[in-house]
Structures are given as structure tokens and as C-alpha cells.
Design a protein around this ligand. Structure first.
Ligand code: ADP
Ligand code: MG
Length: 273
């Protein structure tokens, strides 16, 4: 059975932000049969780390993220949170920015919505939402002066920046991003990667980032979880000890980057045979 999502464990010097224990998911198919989407997995996500999750389509990446976010109920297993942070400390940025934004609200109101639902903010603090606070979140993601516009007036890349601003405004401790840059052109995508790295470093949040793109995973993360095809769980847990700060051209030329790229690619391709 699914243990309480609020259960916490004893803090130590190296407390994981989330401890995932034997977490598994079955979906009921249209014929009424149970279909296993994810075999039981164990995973500790270290506080403040940047973890990428890669694997073939259908291997259960989104299912895992959605269970962590509380959007999907696990069929078995448990999630343990650092101290009592719980699922309220998590924010989710979807692949399709439309899912993360409220199109009937202006850009400024979308950020304000995030502020209103801020984690660990007193009601008094959240009622005091100045325009300058909203503007500071928009500036942080490179969207200054856009408060009165509507999401439909922004490009795809700008909408995804807004989705990130809104998530940040709600003060998350853990940010889950499910293929957030896959619909964005290559140059904007590099800018978005650097934006995310800056935010992660400045705010010391924990990030779980799902991507199909192994280069992107290596460029961003401390650790890559390679998922097995067909929901069979974790194939490999790879330590990405590339130096920081990362830089778009030189990091991708490092011998260690190329070695990790080859190893990870071989693993992912092997899982598709
Ligand atoms: P990924 O994100 O790695 O592409 P998903 O987590 O979306 O994979 O899906 C894992 C498996 O679970 C797939 O076989 C998919 O068809 C199935 N699945 C996902 N969501 C549902 C659902 N709501 N109902 C039934 N099956 C689902
Ligand atoms: Mg997915």
C-alpha cells in the first residue's frame, strides 16, 4: 500500500530531499486489465542536486514524476520527504507550456497565482504581492515588462519561461520538469538550459528533469538515471562529475562529456532492442 506521502525520516548530514521506496504503478487498461507502467523502484534524491531522467518513450518517466508530484497515486511503495516538506514543496513544469499556464490570466496574474500558492508563506505575506515582486520573477526568467500581456501573445519559449517564473514564485523546494524544452528551437533551448542552471545554483533547489536528449541531460545534471525500456525500472545510475559552471561549447567538448555521452547513449539504445 502507498504509505503516507507526509511520512518523514530522521534528518542526517546527507538527507535526501526525497526517498523513493519500491514505488510502482499499474494502470487499468481500457479492457479493464491492469497494465504495469513502472516496476518497483528505489531512489534517493539528494537535497540540492540536479538529477536528469532519460529513457525511451513509454519507460515510465512521466509516471514517476507525476507520482512524486502527487498527480498520480502509486499502486505500491512509498515516498518519504525530507523533514515534513511533503508534496506541497514540489512544483511541476510540463512539456506543453499550455498545461502549466492559465491562458485567461495575464502574464502578471499567472505569476501572482504562483505567489498566492507559495509554499511556507504566511497568508499575510501572500496578500502583500507587489507588482515589483511579480516583475522581479519575470526579470529573473528574461521577461521584463510583460505583465499586461496574455500567454497567447508570447512565443513558445517565452511561455515556458513564464511557466518557470510561475513555478518559482510559489517557492518550491523541488522542481520537476518533464521534457520542458522539447518544443523549443535549438538556440532558445541553450538559453533556457543556462537559465535553469542559474536558477538552480542561486536558489539551491532540487531539480528532477526528464529529457529525451542525452546531451542536455549531461550538460545540466549531477546525475543521470537511465530508465529501462517498458517500465522495468532503473537501468543505470550515472554520476556526472563534470566541472561547473558548465559552458555550452567547452563543456560539450570535454573528454569526460564525450565518454559519458557514449556510455549513456549505448545504454539507452541497448534498452530499445
Ligand atoms: P514516458 O514518460 O517514459 O514516455 P509514461 O510514464 O508516460 O512514459 O508511460 C509509461 C507507460 O504507462 C506507457 O506504457 C503508457 O502507455 C502507460 N500509461 C501512461 N499513462 C497512462 C494512463 N493514464 N492510463 C493507462 N496507461 C498509461
Ligand atoms: Mg513522458
Amino acid at each position: 500500500m502507498f504509505a503516507s506521502s507526509r511520512s518523514s525520516f530522521h534528518p542526517s548530514n546527507d538527507v535526501p530531499a526525497i526517498r523513493i521506496e519500491r514505488l510502482a504503478k499499474d494502470y487499468a487498461s481500457s479492457s479493464g486489465k491492469e497494465v504495469r507502467a513502472l516496476e518497483p523502484i528505489d531512489l534517493d534524491i539528494k537535497h540540492g542536486s540536479f538529477v536528469a531522467i532519460v529513457g525511451r518513450s513509454g519507460c515510465g518517466k512521466s509516471t514517476l514524476l507525476r507520482m512524486i508530484a502527487g498527480l498520480e497515486q502509486p499502486s505500491s511503495g512509498a515516498l518519504h520527504w525530507e523533514r515534513d516538506a511533503g508534496v506541497e514543496s514540489v512544483r511541476y513544469v510540463f512539456q506543453s507550456y499550455g498545461e502549466s499556464l492559465l491562458p485567461w490570466l495575464s502574464v502578471g496574474e499567472n505569476v501572482e497565482f504562483g505567489l498566492r500558492h507559495a509554499f511556507r508563506r504566511s497568508p499575510r505575506q501572500s496578500s502583500n504581492r507587489s507588482l515589483s515582486e511579480i516583475e522581479s520573477y519575470l526579470s529573473e526568467v528574461g521577461l521584463p515588462g510583460t505583465q499586461v500581456l496574455y500567454p497567447s501573445e508570447l512565443s513558445g519559449g517565452m511561455q515556458q519561461r513564464l511557466a518557470i517564473a510561475r513555478a518559482l514564485a510559489s517557492g518550491p523546494e523541488i522542481l520537476l520538469l518533464d521534457e520542458p524544452f522539447s518544443a523549443i528551437d535549438a538556440l532558445s533551448r541553450s538559453n533556457m538550459q543556462d537559465l535553469l542552471l542559474r536558477i538552480w545554483q542561486e536558489r539551491a533547489i532540487t531539480i528532477l528533469f526528464v529529457t529525451h536528449d542525452i546531451d542536455e541531460a549531461l550538460y545540466l545534471a549531477d546525475r543521470i538515471i537511465v530508465m529501462e525500456e517498458g517500465g522495468k525500472g532503473i537501468a543505470r545510475d550515472i554520476d556526472v562529475s563534470l566541472p561547473r559552471p558548465r559552458e555550452q561549447v567547452s563543456t560539450r567538448e570535454l573528454p569526460d562529456f564525450l565518454r559519458l555521452r557514449r556510455e549513456t547513449l549505448q545504454l539507452v539504445l541497448a534498452g530499445s532492442q
